[in-house]
Every structure is written in C-alpha cells, then in structure tokens.
Design a protein around this ligand. Structure first.
Ligand SMILES: Nc1nc2c(ncn2[C@@H]2O[C@H](COP(=O)(O)OP(=O)(O)O)[C@@H](O)[C@H]2O)c(=O)[nH]1
Ligand SMILES: [Mg+2]
Length: 387
C-alpha cells in the first residue's frame, strides 16, 4: 500500500495531483484546509491537503510504486494484474452485498487512516532544489520550519518559471520584512503624560533598556521624565535604577503594592513620560505573573513592551510570549542582538504574538546601544544582505 500527502492551493488541485499520480483507484483518506500558523494566516492564503492511499504495488502508468520502473504485465502479481484490469476482487475479503466491510477490511481501513495521520503529523518537508539553499539558511537561523516553508511557497507563487537565486532571496527578504511589523511612538507629543511599562523574564535587560530610553528622551528631546519601579524583589535592582535616575537627574518612586503604583503614576501626571520598571518573572511562575499583572493594571500604561533577549532559545521565547500573554503587552523589544548570530526568533515571535517590534538593543552601553526597530534591517539579519 502506498500512502501520499498532496498539498495544493485548493482541494480540487490536490485531487488532480492524486489522480495524475495514483490513478482513479486511489482512496482518499483525508482532505482538509490547511491554515498557516499564527500571524501568517493574514498574509498567505490557505492551502488544502489531501492524503490518499493506493492498494497494491502498481500505479496508474504501470510503474512500480517502489522503484518507478515499468512493470510488464506478465511479471505482475495476481492482485496487481487484477488491479490493472480493474477486476473485482474474489474471495472472503470482498465487501458483502450490503456494502458493509467485514472486520478484516475495517481493521485495514483503520490502520490506513492511522498511518495517514502519522504521515500528516510528521514534520518532513520537501523543498524544490532551487529553494533548498535558502530554506536551509532560514532553518540555520532558527526560523520555524512552517514559517520557512510559507516564505518559500509565497516566493514560488511570484515566479512562473525558475528564478535566479538572487531574485529568490530578494522576494524572501521582502516576505520576512512584511512579517515583522514595527511600531514606535518615537516622540510622544500632543500633550499629556505617556506611561511606558516594560515587562519580561529575568535578566533580559528591562532596567538597562528603560535607562537607555529615558536618557534619550530626557537628554536629547528634553522631555520631563520620571521612573517608577515595582522591582523590589532584589535590592540591587532598585539601586541600579536609582543610579540611572541620579545620573539623569530624574525622580524615582519605588512602589510595593498596586495601590502605591496607582498613586505614583498619578503623582507624575504633569510629566511627559513615566517609565515603569517591573520585576523579571519566570514564564513558568503563574502566581508571580498574576502579581505582575496587578501592578501593570494599576499603572494603566499607554504602552506595555515585553522585553525578550535574543540570546534565549527560540522555544523559550515562544513560552515567554504565551505566559506573559496574561498581561496585555502591545509591543516587543528584542535585546542582546550583539550576543547571538541567530535571529530567526524575531520572526517566530512576531508571527506568534502578532505584535509589532518597537526597539532592539545591541549592547550594554547606556544610552547608546538601542535602535528603533527597522523591519528591513531585521530581515537582513535573518536572510543576510540581498542587495
Ligand atoms: N550584551 C548585552 N547585554 C545587555 C543588553 N541589554 C542589557 N544587557 C545586560 O544584561 C544584564 C541584565 O540587564 P538588566 O537591565 O538588569 O535586566 P533585567 O533584569 O531585565 O532588568 C546586564 O548586565 C545588562 O548590562 C544588550 O543589548 N546586550
Ligand atoms: Mg531590572
């Protein structure tokens, strides 16, 4: 028995492929629409998947399903000859007049379906040879396999015939750029106080990033800036922010409860910007994440940025996105770009979270090592220079 999975832009096309390859005797085991994961579904239309099986060892054109060589009629096993001649199958395995399957046939069908499901669940991917190099490069950058395949498929759609590798790279770079939304409220204006909270796992660079931002707004844009920190978990954390506050000459409030947070942000309502620092939380610590949410809710921030270090495994980044989802963050800051040469996490995270990137940080120096996120630059980190 041969079982194959066919993916096309719609079920009809997938069925045509089945018919062309396996012939009219193929049994359709499963047909479904195949949505792209997460954020991708907004960019790329759905595909369809059909899983089909063919009993016996010969295919439509008389080739062996195993090695593809033509098989002369005379050398066929009796069941293959019958299949080629479309003979009805004799013996006890034949369905009864009622059309109901006997137990053996039923069991066989169940096994077929199970194998088909296994084939669907197995993440084996086949990519056209001309795309193979670029596909490997995406995987080497830790880009999720489904995202890499979707980029390749979208690029394929752009070309009717094979394209020059440089062109492929350009189209894929464009696809990556489209998938990384960026957004930053660069110069808060229009009056009123803007509250900006940073949340995220421990040690990712929240306090350092807050200091970089505050320095930029206070020293370059001459905005009135204040700090409020709820990170009383470590004494050193308060001292770290106090040092930055003193250097910048801006006030700092330390709050221990959500109601103190409410009072502190209210106190600075006449300032241009209030930067809110929070304690790092393990994505696995649900209780502390709920405490953090209470502080963030009390602060009523205009922007909540989740801070993620790119020096973290891609799977852990996605765990963080899921766990911190209980606090409704609206931007992403990627830190420690200088500590890695693997940037696929940016794409995996934005595809999963569907939130824009605001800033990236590139070192420990305050205030210099921070940049406003630029989708083209981020795409070129992932795919390399394609100009
Ligand atoms: N290499 C590098 N280190 C960074 C960056 N941002 C922060 N750090 C360092 O990461 C460590 C933890 O930073 P901190 O701001 O205290 O993290 P927090 O616990 O999230 O507040 C410090 O040693 C920072 O200097 C960055 O972009 N690159
Ligand atoms: Mg901190």
């Amino acid at each position: 028995m041969q079982i194959k999975r066919y993916v096309a832009w719609n079920v009809q096309d997938a069925l045509k492929k089945v018919k062309a390859e396996l012939g009219p005797d193929a049994v359709i085991l499963n047909a479904r629409k195949l949505p792209w994961p997460g954020f991708l579904k907004h960019f790329i239309r759905e595909r369809a998947e059909v899983v089909a099986a063919l009993d016996g060892r010969s295919t439509l054109d008389g080739r062996s399903a195993l090695d593809g060589r033509p098989v002369p009629d005379g050398r066929l096993a009796p069941d293959e000859r019958r299949m080629r001649a479309r003979e009805p199958e004799p013996g006890p395995d034949k369905p009864g007049p009622s059309g109901a399957d006997d137990p053996v046939t039923r069991e066989l069908k169940e096994i077929k379906a199970a194998i088909a499901q296994l084939a669907v669940n197995t993440k084996a991917a086949w990519v056209d040879p001309e795309y193979d190099g670029i596909y490997r490069r995406l995987l080497d950058q830790d880009v999720d396999q489904d995202i890499a395949l979707s980029l390749i498929n979208a690029a394929k759609d752009e070309f009717e015939t094979s394209a020059h590798p440089k062109m492929l790279e350009k189209v894929i770079a464009l696809g990556i750029k489209k998938m990384i939304p960026v957004s930053v409220q660069d110069s808060p204006g229009g009056g009123g106080c803007r509250r900006i909270a940073l949340i995220g796992p421990t040690g990712v660079g929240k306090t350092t990033t807050l200091a970089k931002l505050a320095a930029r707004f206070a020293l370059v844009d001459h905005k009135r800036v204040a700090f409020v920190t709820a990170d009383t978990y470590r004494v050193a954390a308060v001292e770290q922010l106090r040092t930055y506050a003193e250097i910048l000459g801006v006030p700092l409030d330390v709050v221990h409860t959500p109601s103190e947070m409410r009072a502190a942000v209210e106190r600075y309502r006449d300032f241009d910007l209030v930067f809110i620092d929070t304690s790092g939380r393990s994505p696995k610590d649900r209780v502390r994440l709920s405490e953090l949410r209470a502080f963030v809710d009390a602060a009523k921030p205009d922007e909540t940025h989740i801070v993620l270090s790119l020096a973290t495994r891609s799977g852990d980044l996605l765990d963080a996105i899921n766990s911190f989802g209980i606090i409704s963050f609206d931007r992403i800051i990627f830190t420690k770009l200088d500590e890695t040469s693997c940037y696929g996490g940016i794409l995996n995270v934005t595809a999963r979270a569907g939130k824009p990137v605001s800033y990236v940080t590139t070192g420990q120096d305050v205030p210099d090592d921070i940049e406003i996120a630029d989708a083209e630059k981020l795409a070129s980190l992932i795919i390399g220079d394609v100009s």
